[in-house]
Design a protein around this ligand. Sequence first.
Ligand code: NAG
Ligand code: NAG
Ligand code: NAG
Ligand code: NAG
Ligand code: NAG
Ligand code: NAG
Length: 615
Amino acid sequence: MKTWHRLFPLFVFSASTNALQVPFQQPLLQPSTRLIAPDIDAFVNNELDRWNSSGLSVAVVRQDTTASGKWDVEFGSYGVAQADGTLVTPDTLFAIASNSKLFTALSVGLLIKNESLAAERGQRLRWDTKIKDVLDEWKLMDPVVSDGVTIQDMLSHRTGLPRHDYSGIQRQGGVSEMISTMRYLRLSAELREQYQYNNLMYETLSQLPRTLLNQSFESYVAEHMFKPLGMHSSTYSVAEAEASGLLSHGYQYDMQDHLYGKNGTRVATVPYFQRPGEEGIWAGAAGVLTSAKDLSLWAAMLLNKGRHPFSNETIIPEDVVDHVATGVSVALGKAAYPELSPAVYGCAQDRYSYRGHELLEHGGSNPGFKTQVLRFPNDNLAIVVLSNDENGNHIMDSVKWRIADKAFGLEPIDWAKRYGDKFLDGMKKNREEVTPRPAAPKPPTTSWSEMEGTFTHGAYGPLRPCFVATSSSGLTDACTSIIQDRVVQRILSAEPSLAEVPTFIVPFKGFFSTHLRFLHFDANLFNVSYIWSNAEVREKEGFAVGAGGDVITGLDDRYVVEWVDAEDGGASGWAFSGDFWGKGGEVREREGPTPRERAEVWFARSVGQDARRWE
Ligand SMILES: *[C@@H]1O[C@H](CO)[C@@H](O)[C@H](O)[C@H]1NC(C)=O
Ligand SMILES: *[C@@H]1O[C@H](CO)[C@@H](O)[C@H](O)[C@H]1NC(C)=O
Ligand SMILES: *[C@@H]1O[C@H](CO)[C@@H](O)[C@H](O)[C@H]1NC(C)=O
Ligand SMILES: *[C@@H]1O[C@H](CO)[C@@H](O)[C@H](O)[C@H]1NC(C)=O
Ligand SMILES: *[C@@H]1O[C@H](CO)[C@@H](O)[C@H](O)[C@H]1NC(C)=O
Ligand SMILES: *[C@@H]1O[C@H](CO)[C@@H](O)[C@H](O)[C@H]1NC(C)=O
């Protein structure tokens, strides 16, 4: 066994230990079966070993309904939290990513239930309130959709807007400015036609405490959820989490490129991918940093219909907990395995069943972090699994079902094999589905240098492609310094067989990106990778550069961009497709007579005033 997978001593806490730091103490419950016992420890350690994974933090919460409602919490802590070998404990902080969405949905529920707010406004906020009536910044491209979208539509991912996650860039005006740029984003479905997962809508809803109460979203959640529940280590603040020393490192795979059979090298992403001050826009969709210990309180409160597990004080009104748990959209129309059911999505939770047991669940994914928080409301069981491995999804999923099988006294299913095979298959498929570049590709309809310049999009910002020339011809000075940058040189050297393929590098600073790479395919078509490097941040914050510390991800992303020439009344530009906008697999492709109209995201050449705006 490798040292970084050493088992951390098993924790079994209940309300009687001060570890949970709650004022109301109850006697220790001694159920006959420990769920997190040596069999589960061996299972988890074996999985971490098999996949060379970093760490995993588990919490299991149950209430004894036969006795006096005592709560029983077990923790399992496995593997490494940080690059120096620091081990995972129940206190280790993880980015729970989209498991933050339930905090946002419940914050909306609390505002809906707020009587004094309703009195002040002369009008109650409701689940079916139209968002245009609350947020002045609100506007979507299609006026019918824009006017019709309700709070419920946003929470249940059925507005018609695809993800557009890559429009996530830092904005001086924060969430308010982000909302005001959504009118430039193309829609991919009619209102309420399709389930389309959307982070921007949860970010938008995080603006409500600011608009209605002149209070920041982060302080609203801290005041009404973190504090009363005793979730003392939970925060939206990267600076606070980092200062605690407890924030785990998210492990990612440097220079991974599955299209060329390269798994990459597992590297701790240091520092955290978002820097202090950058996390505000992402908060409502995915900003909570917390521990298995704090989440055990959260899960117990949810199992307990919104009441504090120990004091019985109401944290969230029961009808709100029930509302957010009730399905609205069809998230998955058919089950993926015989033991599962189709899934409906209410607010920030999927609802489906596992071997006949109904459950509520959400996943989370931030760079280097994967999380699952689930509960079986009819079985008094909640399970929290937190991974700090970019590839941790299939490990988490098999661990959660292994624990559920044991809790239900069912013969365990070999999920580790099912999910493991699926993971490997996915990599293989990714490679096999590629159409090779033609042996004699047609040149584009214009010169490489004509494709450079400044292109703009109202929400995504500027796009400035730089052609990578083997000789110095046609390069401006600005572009030369970009191309010669250490990171870009590393990107360009990643795959030697691509050295002769005409390439553009585009500096593209977003939440999860620093560069785009356009590789010429044929005629006006290019293959796009959405690349992230932490080299610049590491250098700025005094971490060693190079030397195995940097991370470059996204080389094997597969999007498409097409160069479009100017024509009557239309500027030249770049038309992105290949699900760059993130509509999801079930939604029809965008149609239109020209590439400009078919584009999921269209960047037009900017002229005059507009060009200067972005300088
Ligand atoms: C309810 O609204 C009042 C303002 O009317 C505000 O002071 C209070 O913090 C709000 N409470 C919640 C839980 O939203
Ligand atoms: C909002 O709160 C700030 C202090 O946090 C205060 O300066 C400002 O006047 C308030 N705005 C409104 C409209 O009440
Ligand atoms: C990549 O990882 C997979 C799964 O662990 C393994 O089967 C394969 O051999 C690895 N490939 C390389 C080139 O290391
Ligand atoms: C496992 O990960 C570590 C840390 O990134 C790395 O040094 C090692 O080479 C990896 N082992 C395998 C078999 O991939
Ligand atoms: C908790 O409060 C609810 C609502 O007042 C009540 O029905 C229930 O009996 C209480 N539970 C305990 C254990 O006190
Ligand atoms: C590049 O784009 C073409 C055209 O869309 C596609 O057929 C091909 O599979 C893509 N290649 C990669 C590596 O994604």
